[in-house]
Design a protein around this ligand. Sequence first.
Ligand SMILES: Cc1ncc(COP(=O)(O)O)c(C=O)c1O
Length: 405
Amino acid sequence: MKENYWLGKVEDFASSQHIVKLIKSSFYNEKETKLALVDFIMNTDRLSMGEECLKFETAFSKSQKRDFSVFVSSGSMANLLLLQALMNLGRLKLGDKVGFSALTWPTNVMPIIQLGLVPVPLDCSPKTLNVTPDHLQEVADDIACLFLTNVLGFSDDIKKIAKICKSKGILFIEDNCESLGSKVGETLLGNFGLASTFSFFVGHHMSTIEGGMICTDDEELNRALVMARAHGWDRNLSPKEQAKLRDKHDIDDFYARYTFYDLAYNARPTEINGFLGNVQIKYLDEIVKKREANFKTFLAAIKKNDDFVAFDLSHMSRVSNFAMPVTFYDPKTSQHYKKRFLDAKVEIRPIIAGNVTRQPFYQKYSKKVAAYPNSDAAHLNGFYFGNNAEMSPVEIDLLCKLLEK
Ligand SMILES: Cc1ncc(COP(=O)(O)O)c(C=O)c1O
């Protein structure tokens, strides 16, 4: 039999020899969730996008304190759809420059390139791993949009970033795939810009196996997102909105269901993902709080050891991350701690995708790469380990010991 390379290596999965894994389980309360899923599948007539997805969107809007949520097949598709919808509405145009965090995941940047926009990387602060207002000021007169990543539950001075965007007429959107539940003041990350994206991939704050969400308070953008999610047709719009579009384009009843108004994808989730979202969202507060408590424990351990670059997140009222990044002043010290973690069978990895402008895809499509020293430092002198909501005290103790000098 041929080897299934696409499944990944054995050590990536459950049989891994790691004592503390990056992804501990597929779901919070895994057993109950799987049992409920079996029951749901056996008793439902519909598995394609339907009531469960709609119910999850409503619940997510309420928990994120947003007017609209559009559930999609992944966080990556959420990013692509958001930019596509903004282009469909004419709020972004071909060739517009879009600022993004150099320290991010590739599918924050790839849609910028794919849609014919121009990516403008922004460096981060070593104290927050996030883009600062000063970094933004350097390009503020040049960019039409800022697609900011809130890195691993952290933010920099996001209030000031939002203010600069407003005063300069920059369209501000947030990739919040890593920061569900973190807060500045009373405001949840993901609520500072026009719209924000989320990921529900396994290991993130909550899991629907695969899945993503786009949140906004903008009704017109919500409609464009709903259309961009499914073929560019009007089937998921309200009857009133359908009538308006059909009137405008002079479409009769025979053709109405087969009329395609704008550029789109098929990024629909399934009822399985929707059902899982509805089960997992009931645990979301608990998950966020447990990860916040773990984070505080790890941060306290880091503060006692001056080998680590110190974080300054005092402006944040809540940090809840699904993984804990650590960075060092030089590669040698980083290597020393990497070995220590790996010898203790704790799974670690680079911080997100490191400085994404170093990635081959970025080099291929965007030649002019300047230096982003702080993103480089995170890339070269750092790593992250998991922060799971169901970590045992033994696992937490082990991690704290490894963080000692
Ligand atoms: C910042 C960021 N954006 C987007 C994504 C993509 O999300 P997904 O894996 O659901 O496609 C990730 C994935 O972890 C991410 O970290």
